[in-house]
Design a binder for this molecule. Structure first.
Ligand code: MN
Length: 272
């Protein structure tokens, strides 16, 4: 029995944005504690240096996530970190190996069933970050302010007994859509990987979890993020790749724990 843990060969996560108001630290910790893997890929934007470090927003809970990751590396998990645009300062360490932690611009990963995958954050394929970088920077700040504003609205409504508003989801959706060229991003990155001889690409950056085979060949795997979606790409022991959502995995683990303890059966009896 694996004591409520999921065992994978590899886990790929990105866009944790540690240090920003939006990072879902609790869910991320719970997820990290519930998986065991041989390879843990951190596919960029792990630390949000654009907002975290300069503005004193870093909290103990963010340090704790880093400690959890270091803990995994201590017990034999190979951690591979490809910095993104929000943690671009770490790119100075590209090519370094610190014990079980390797940092580089990109990695080649071979799955258990022999697929060759390119692991890269992906911001270099996003025009809104390369040629329109100042706009992206302002957009990040607006997004951060919006997140804080939403929290205020939620608290205000909760205090008055009102339900949550969908204001944030609506605005964020429009906002992100406006600054991203999502389809062309997906297309550019997967075609580039395919042309380099890879079977597919694992990336992040646009906060849109997805697993798909491109029409010209090539697997497109986007890990999603831990600001909104709380998702990861995992490689099973046999090499099969899957997109998982923390909410669904959490539910499965809860049900398993319940049936193990026998509580599930007693409930079933009492309601029959
Ligand atoms: Mn990014």
């Amino acid at each position: 029995m694996n004591h409520g843990k999921r065992i994978y060969r590899s886990v790929f996560i990105s866009d944790l944005h540690l240090g920003s108001a939006g990072c879902k630290t609790e869910q991320l910790q719970a997820f990290l504690h519930s998986v065991e893997c041989e390879y843990l890929y951190l596919v960029g934007d792990v630390i949000d240096m654009w907002v975290a470090i300069k503005r004193g927003k870093w909290r103990q809970k963010h340090t704790n996530v880093v400690r959890t990751i270091l803990g995994k590396s201590k017990y034999g998990c190979q951690v591979r970190y490809t910095p993104g645009n929000h943690d671009a300062l770490v790119r100075r360490l590209n090519g370094s190996e610190l014990g079980n932690i390797a940092i580089d611009h990109s990695f080649s990963h071979f799955t258990a069933d022999g697929k060759k995958l390119l692991i890269v954050h992906g911001d270099l394929f996003d025009r809104s970050v390369t040629s329109l970088r100042p706009i992206a920077w302002v957009a990040t700040w607006l997004y951060e302010c919006l997140t804080v504003l939403t929290e205020w609205i939620t608290q205000y409504r909760a205090q008055r007994g009102l339900g949550p508003s969908d204001f944030s989801a609506r605005v964020k959706k429009k906002f992100k859509h406006a600054i991203q060229y999502v389809t062309s991003y997906e297309e550019r990155i997967v075609v580039d990987a395919w042309n380099q001889g890879y079977d597919g690409v694992v990336c992040g950056h646009i906060h849109r979890p997805r697993i798909e085979r491109h029409e010209y060949g090539g697997l497109y795997l986007n890990t999603g993020d831990w600001v909104e979606n709380c998702t990861a790409i995992v490689e099973h022991i046999d090499g099969k790749l899957e997109l998982i959502r923390w909410t669904e995995l959490q539910q499965q683990l809860r049900e398993e724990a319940l049936s193990l303890s026998g509580l599930g059966d007693r409930h079933a009896l009492s309601f029959s």
